[in-house]
Design a binder for this molecule. Sequence first.
Ligand code: HEC
Length: 272
Amino acid sequence: MYGLNLVVVLPLVAVAGLLVWRRANTLTWLLFSLIGLWAFFKFGFMVPIPQSVATIYLGITGLALVCYASSSRERLAETVQPIVRLIVEPRYRLALAGLLIALPALAAYNVYADLTAPLEAPGFGREIHPPPPTELTVHDEKLDMATADNPYLHYHEDDPEAYGQHLENGRRVYYENCFWCHGDGMGGDGMFAHGLNPVPSNFNDVGTLPILQSSYVHWRIAKGAPGLPAGGTPWDSAMPAWEKFLTTEEMWDVNLFIYDFNGYQPRALGQH
Ligand code: HEC
């Protein structure tokens, strides 16, 4: 539900319910609010949220809680009393001793964990041509990636006129949608390219289209960055999933066009 991790959120709500039911005192509520919010930010979302956002929010909430606790003499006394009792009453001596050891130990452990974190640079390796899925479903049509080919490629031999029409349509699709990033001349240097990392693929390059089967290119056009496996770090690439905007025919046509424009042939089926 909305990316919330219910395994964490539901117990937090349950504890809050329990505190209401037991009429917990102000100090318990304050501690629960801080620890609960921390746990909510750290573990409560399926997608991790930035530490800086959590810190700012927790800082502001912490200030608000201090304001609340000190907003009246009675409330302040209510908050402070349990702490004073913990310190002065002999029956809490053991708990106090435990706390006096545990708190510095926790701080020491935090410092130790920070210092012993490995110092090597994080790996940003990105697979440019990650392995495609074995089967592809585009607009409810299933394709076997090993055997699928551009359905209009054969027109090149047996119907040049039909081939020309598909190319023309591919040209239109390209200059309506793709050249912004991949460039007028397909050098990967369109007007948006400067802002993108990774940069758009360069289709002039012999290391791009000629080494790929047309089914691979179809996969990349249809599914874009969101369809990349983990090795391709999908969150980095700006390549859109064109199946949402183009028909299957338009995608095969633009596929045909980018090969033809650069004078390349797709890698033949079964060729390694
Ligand atoms: C918003 C910018 C953007 C637009 C618009 C865009 N692309 Fe891309 N495209 C990228 C980027 C960035 C990459 C390289 C990263 C990646 O592989 O996802 C890429 C990669 C690709 C690849 C993979 C090539 C390879 O080497 O594996 C193909 C094929 C491709 N684009 C085709 C197209 C086609 C066809 C269109 C138009 C219908 C298009 N792109 C429109 C940004 C864009």
